[in-house]
Design a protein around this ligand. Structure first.
Ligand code: ADP
Ligand code: MG
Length: 536
């Protein structure tokens, strides 16, 4: 007897849903893409409980008539592909005809839609792939309401994260789509609060500004170039604007947010010689590539693109960015001896009267104790600040005469406000100012001239991404703040400042390493030196 069966449609859709719909944010992304393809200029997203209870996407696009409204939830039902060749000239976000059947198979969905120019709409309800009701319903545009995601696949529901995490994923997807489509207005309402309102913008530049604010944009260089097959418009970090995380790195190809390790590599390659270790550039690459030389049909959620020939695109990105950055100034190489021959000093034994030699704004050389001590002034400063932040003493936090307004991304704003007590421990007092802006009321002395926006963004990303289970949150945050260049201050120190630095370092609990584990000082004994000069 034959063992093989053709699966029934509901089961096929549930299987497809496994690939396309991972979490509420995937539903939101698919619905937004459908609204974009329908020519909408205004897309409104409402969610309840991180989308787990409800996701509702309303648009002012072309809508559907009754026949299409019933057909669109069938597998492989699409208005975007007609013949095979179309697959190689995709201009729409969707084309696989998979999203709606997948969503309706694992949730309770109500679709209300009317073709443009008429008000003769229809309302269709589908629960777990079964049509429950079809009614006439006057409407404009299309609204899709998705309730109780994964209600009939409990194993998948179990994997959903908490309210905040799922909300953050949704904010990320909406932000990406908003960046990709500046000509469309977006709003996001979460648990009845409007957390994003982004009106139609005239350019990607204006869109970046709407989302991240003026100050953020000020840290970026805009550049563009075109060839017959590729156009790139991009915003990249100025040399001095490097970050501790990869939070602000976006690549869009033909208005689709994608991940592409090799193009990301091209960007890092362009920053070679500029980027300090463990630092990251901000980048927004908006690429338009001839659809005939790429394949977008590689990933079910279309997060990847395959190139006919990757190399020219890689070199294009690399050279556009490299040309936009001024010639980097390379610090003189010091030619450090290999660590094997170095013995570390346990104690600085620094006497204030002793002279020191500054080396290239980065190191301080001191003689004494029968050898030479080299201090990495940044690492030393980081250690001192880290311990100060951790203990919460000597911070000298002051109320600001003119409180600072800091505009953040929606996600950062939300995170900073919900964690304001932790920030207070570090001497940073914040208040809500609405519209993704926080008011900073007091700051520790060392942060007086600091890049407070960058610091708040870093703290937020630390809180959002979570920290390694073996680390304490306070430690992680203190290390994040301490490693900010702007907190550590200027690089050229005078005699008095060097003395202060060395004496503060000596008082530290763990003076030998910075919070990231790099040494703060290295001691070369006479013996070490003799060995290095091959005298022994
Ligand atoms: P795809 O987007 O790949 O075509 P979907 O399952 O996402 O597949 O959608 C199926 C079809 O339903 C689309 O091709 C489109 O014709 C129609 N549709 C979906 N959402 C909308 C909307 N918001 N407005 C108008 N038409 C829509
Ligand atoms: Mg679609």
């Amino acid at each position: 007897m034959s063992q093989i069966r053709i699966l029934p449609p509901i089961l096929r859709n549930k299987i497809a849903a496994g690939e396309v719909i991972e979490r509420p944010a995937s539903v939101v992304k698919e619905l937004i893409e459908n609204s974009i393809d329908a020519g909408s200029t205004d897309i409104r997203i409402e969610i309840l409980y991180g989308g787990k209870r409800l996701m509702k996407v309303s648009d002012n696009g072309n809508g559907m008539d009754k026949e299409d409204a019933l057909l669109c939830c069938e597998r492989y039902a699409t208005s975007k592909l007609i013949k095979e060749e179309d697959l190689f000239h995709i201009k729409t976000m969707g084309f696989r005809g998979e999203a709606l059947p997948s969503i309706t198979s694992v949730a309770k969905v109500k679709l209300v839609t009317a073709p443009k120019g008429t008000h003769q709409g229809v309302s269709v309800e589908i629960h777990g792939g079964e049509v429950k009701s079809v009614k006439d319903s006057p409407s404009v545009g299309t609204t899709v309401e998705v309730r109780d995601l994964f209600f009939n696949t409990p194993a998948r529901k179990k994997f959903l994260k908490g309210h905040n995490t799922e909300t953050f994923h949704i904010i990320d997807r909406v932000t990406e789509q908003a960046l990709a489509h500046h000509e469309i207005g977006f709003s996001l309402v979460s648990d009845n609060h409007e957390i994003m309102r982004i009106p139609v913008a005239s350019s990607p530049r204006e869109r970046v500004m709407q989302i991240y604010g003026d100050e953020f944009l000020g840290g970026l260089i805009e550049t563009s170039r075109r060839t017959p097959d590729i156009i790139m418009n991009c915003f990249i970090s100025k040399e001095t604007n490097v970050r501790n995380s990869k939070t602000y790195q976006f690549i869009f190809i033909n208005k689709r947010p994608i991940r592409d390790p090799s193009l990301t590599h091209a960007v890092y390659n362009a920053y070679e010689g500029i980027l300090p270790p463990k630092k990251h550039p901000v980048f927004f690459l908006f690429l338009m590539i001839n659809p005939a030389i790429i394949d977008v049909n590689v990933h079910p959620a279309k997060r990847e693109v395959r190139f006919e020939n990757k190399e020219p695109v890689y070199h294009f990105v690399l050279s556009v960015i490299r040309d936009a950055l001024p010639q980097p100034v390379h610090p003189a190489p010091y030619g450090f001896p290999s660590p094997a021959v170095i013995s570390e000093a346990l104690d600085l034994e620094y006497e204030p009267s002793k002279s020191f030699i500054p080396l290239g704004n980065a190191f301080i050389a001191l003689s004494g104790r029968g050898g030479l001590t080299l201090v990495d002034q940044h690492a030393a400063h980081e250690r001192i600040l880290y311990e100060r932040f951790l203990r919460g003493v000597d911070l000298n936090s002051h109320l600001l005469l003119f409180p600072k307004q800091v505009q953040l991304s929606h996600k950062e704003y939300h995170t900073i406000l919900t964690n304001s007590l932790i920030l207070k421990d570090f001497g940073i007092e914040t208040d809500d100012f609405g519209h993704n802006t926080v008011i900073v009321r007091s700051l520790p002395e060392v942060m007086r001239d600091a890049d407070i926006r960058g610091i708040l963004a870093d703290i937020a990303s630390c809180l959002i991404e979570g920290i390694a289970p073996d680390r304490e949150l306070r430690e992680a945050l203190a290390a994040k703040i301490a490693c900010h260049q702007s907190v550590r201050g200027k690089t050229i120190l005078n005699q008095e400042e060097v003395e202060q630095l060395l004496s503060d370092l000596q008082k530290c609990l763990h003076p030998d390493n910075c919070p990231h584990g790099r040494p703060t000082k290295i001691f070369l004994s006479l013996e070490d030196l003799k060995r290095m000069f091959k005298r022994t």
